[in-house]
Design a protein around this ligand. Sequence first.
Ligand code: CP
Ligand code: NVA
Length: 330
Amino acid sequence: MGINIRGRSFLTLLDFSKEEIEYLLELSKEFKRMKYCGTDHSYLKGKNIVLLFEKTSTRTRCAFEVAGHDLGMGVTFLDSKSSQMGKKESLADTAKVLGRMFDGIEYRGYKQSVVEDLAKYSGVPVWNGLTDDFHPTQMLADILTVEEEFGKVQGRKLTFFGDARNNVANSLMVICAKLGMNFCACAPKELWPKQELIDKCQAVAKDSGAILTFTEDPNEGAKGADVLYTDIWVSMGEPEELWAERIRLLKPYQVDQEKMDLAKPEAIFMHCLPSFHDRETDIGEEIYEKFGLSSMEVTDKVFLGPKARQFREAENRMHTIKAVMYATLK
Ligand code: CP
Ligand code: NVA
């Protein structure tokens, strides 16, 4: 029987089977091929989508906008400053209005419950463009990037270094568990994923054969890894005061050349971006002045080195988001 996810929302990968995720990855490859060949794929002409952003974004917003246009759709962007959402109009009322005008809704914001409520009240497919808990569209781009490098991901080891209870780390653990890829969270214990999510993923991993491990030892995390993955140490929405504590906790987990050398010879470096790998940003410079660090979660050498795949990964956001919108709206 064919896979059909038409009409479904894309809120967390926990809701999708291995086969459904693989279908979205195959579709992404097809869309990437069409984009490269210049083949028209405006299959969703006449449809309209709205992008709601309560947090800032470069990749996710641009990926949804370009993917929407390529599919032939009308795209409207709304941020919390320019719409009534939240301040003058409840989420439920906003969702009911948007569901009457648009065929699909993307949401980036804070609580996972908000994206779930949007789906509940709007009656149209809703796509999670990042919440405090999950970042599922990022995951499809990440796995597509790993597959382009190594072929199938089953049995490969991906180690996440850093705040392993953030949205990206949570989602990596879920997708690895689903697809049978080995996942290692390498972080101080207080930053390991929540036990409730670990338990859910362990249950999924039983079926897929994925091995999920958790370690405080950076060398153990790096040894034998196929993918060394990291993300910023303080996520959007977290208080600035956290920087000092996170720097203290996470400095030993910075992805540097030593860790790359401990990994498999063919290992790659990945990062969802944006990244603090130099002093070329306001925050990067501020951190340097306060703490004397010129790079944080990854050294500039690794970020600019031959193993780094973060920009291919960023491009893949567009192809994979296109696949999600097509499959749920077609
Ligand atoms: N990786 C990612 O989601 O990037 P943006 O915050 O720029 O969308
Ligand atoms: N964990 C990061 C991911 C950014 C794409 C954040 O939430 O800010």
